[in-house]
Design a protein around this ligand. Structure first.
Ligand code: 5GP
Length: 189
């Protein structure tokens, strides 16, 4: 039986990473898809091969030509892409997979794989999102301002997702994610 592909999107600062980390720690038979990106690693939080595969624009472009990406998009000025072979192998092995990707990538995947399950994470309010983003200290003021500007457009896309989770409390949001994943497993037994 093929695994299920879950798409997980939401604006920067909403806490996608925290929610996923909590949820994936409590679920078996699900893998996180590590994307390729041309953005520079954040010295204190990023690990090569764990957060992303950090590659040059040239490498990224050769991978596009070779058809190596299931989807790719320019987000906040950098290129990000999902490795097609990893996703295919994981699903074929009967393991679920979660793609933490932006709204453009989500639309591409959903168009090509309508059976994919899309989940959008919303903040409790815009004020709270701004507060979280400013508090995380991982990027420059300029990069933060760009992410805040892009958030409204991303939030406008939330209604086209299969599920919306409000990340008021990460623990609760993670439980909601777990319930969604498990509901697809029960349905296919
Ligand atoms: P960050 O650089 O803050 O880790 O991520 C910026 C944005 O890029 C986030 O919205 C994240 O979900 C998105 N992103 C990460 N990997 C991919 C990917 O492979 N494809 C697409 N389309 N977006 C991605």
């Amino acid at each position: 039986m093929r695994g299920t592909l879950f798409i997980f999107s939401g604006p920067a600062g909403v806490g996608k990473g925290t929610v996923l980390k909590l949820a994936l720690g409590r679920l078996s038979n699900i893998k996180y898809s590590v994307s390729c990106t041309t953005r520079s690693p954040r010295p204190n939080s990023d690990k090569e091969g764990e957060s992303y595969y950090f590659i040059s624009e040239d490498e990224f472009r050769s991978m596009i030509k070779a058809g190596a990406f299931l989807e790719y998009a320019r987000v906040h000025g950098h290129l990000y892409g999902t490795r097609r072979d990893f996703v295919e192998k994981t699903l074929e092995a009967g393991t679920d997979i979660v793609l933490e990707i932006d709204v453009q990538g989500a639309f591409i995947v959903k168009k090509n794989m309508p059976e994919a399950v899309s989940i959008f994470v919303k903040p409790p309010s815009m004020e709270e999102l701004n507060r979280r983003l400013r508090g995380r200290n991982s990027e420059s003021d300029e990069e933060q301002a760009l992410r805040i500007r892009n958030a409204a457009g991303e939030l406008d896309c939330a209604d086209s997702y299969d599920y919306i989770i409000v990340n008021d409390v990460a623990e609760r949001a993670a439980e909601e994610f777990i319930k969604i994943v498990k509901s697809y497993r029960e349905e296919t037994i």
